[in-house]
Design a protein around this ligand. Structure first.
Ligand code: A2P
Length: 337
């Protein structure tokens, strides 16, 4: 069986990865429709020997599609998802628009695949830092029972889209020529800087991005009592997010059991030889399927504490790959419709 597949936001940083991964993972599509804004309509997009004309997204765009992966921001999702659903097209949405909606499954296929099977036409993909954090946290949760998390993120600029990546490159070029550069995407220069500000601030001083780790982790793992304290930081890395995590568990930590838990979990690797300077880093975990855990050590700062570092490609596991894994799961279970 083959499917007619659309990508809303096909010209964006995540959209481009979706085109790549649909081909490289041999997703069974009979037709691929690339949707973006009127600005891109008529432009030609190529991948290997294939090429497509980008179409402006309209209310008719979803009429004969089976699946559309949305990656054009929350307002496009809010507007077009009900229209696509009405047209019988399954939406897998990368934005935050529906993640906390009770009728919308929020899915990491390695963690809660069964949730995806009960969809009502829309499935949400988690926030990128949440997906990557949980690829490290969930195996430990299964082994020791997770209670609370203190996290600090190191988030790559491509997580803010193609414009942000260009902003980093342009700032580096300007710097190399001794010129100044006025930031547009970020409130401050990102080259040679770190910015402890991702998404907008709430009244309590936390950002919306920081609250996503709490709320989405609870929903994905079904852990209502989970406590999370997070600080999100943008760093001048092109691609792949890292998260430094200290977590408290029900049971005492045994490091050998912790290593085995990572070993036994799909799509996560242990890279933990600090004496040989071996630990996960963005340059090693860009454009690869697995995430990686390292710097694992017990800590007394919280009861039954474990500190570790996890890295993963946020354009892949944090967005495009996770969305395609959801689609693959539904195809396998014959649950696209
Ligand atoms: P376009 O390139 O035509 O602006 P990124 O996350 O990298 O910034 O990409 C955002 C994606 O969302 C792009 O593909 C962009 O298309 C698309 N997009 C932005 N606004 C709209 C819109 N009004 N309708 C459809 N797609 C949109």
């Amino acid at each position: 069986m083959t499917y007619k597949v659309g990508i809303l936001g096909a010209t964006g940083a995540v959209g481009q990865e979706i085109i790549h991964l649909l081909h490289e993972r041999a997703f069974p599509f009979s037709e691929l429709r690339l949707l973006a804004s009127a600005r891109s309509a008529g432009k030609v997009q190529s991948y290997k020997e294939h090429s497509w004309t980008i179409e402006e997204t309209t209310e008719e765009s979803f009429q004969d599609l089976d699946i559309c992966i949305f990656s054009a921001g929350g307002s496009q999702s809010k507007h077009f998802a009900p229209i696509a659903k009405q047209a019988g097209c399954l939406v897998i949405d990368n934005s935050s628009a529906f993640r906390m909606d009770d009728s919308v499954p929020l899915v990491v296929p390695e963690i809660n695949p069964e949730s995806a099977l009960n969809h009502e036409g829309v499935i949400a993909n988690p926030n990128c830092s949440t997906a990557i954090s949980l690829m490290g946290l969930y195996p430990f949760h299964k082994a020791f029972g997770l209670k609370s998390v203190i996290a600090c993120t190191y988030q790559a600029v491509s997580g803010s889209g193609a414009e942000a990546l260009k902003e980093l490159d342009d700032q580096l070029m300007a710097w190399s020529k001794g010129e100044t550069f006025a930031p547009e995407v970020y409130p401050h220069p990102i080259a040679f800087n770190v910015i402890p500000h991702v998404d907008s601030f709430n009244e309590d001083g936390f950002t919306r991005e920081e609250m996503k780790l709490l709320n989405e982790s609870k929903k994905i793992m079904g852990l209502d009592s989970l406590q999370v304290n997070c600080t999100c930081v943008r760093v001048p890395v092109r691609r792949a997010h890292s998260i430094a995590i200290t977590a408290s568990f029900e049971k005492p930590i045994d490091l050998e059991v912790a290593k085995q838990a990572i070993h036994d979990f799909p799509n996560v690797e242990l890279v933990d030889n600090p004496e040989q300077s071996e630990y996960p880093m963005p340059i090693n975990y860009s454009e690869v399927v697995p995430c990686a855990v390292g710097r694992m050590r017990k800590t007394d700062i919280v009861p039954n504490g474990l500190s570790f570092w996890v890295t993963g490609d946020q354009l892949w596991k944090g967005a495009a790959l996770n969305a395609i894994q959801i689609a693959e799961l539904l195809v396998k279970e014959n649950k696209v419709r």
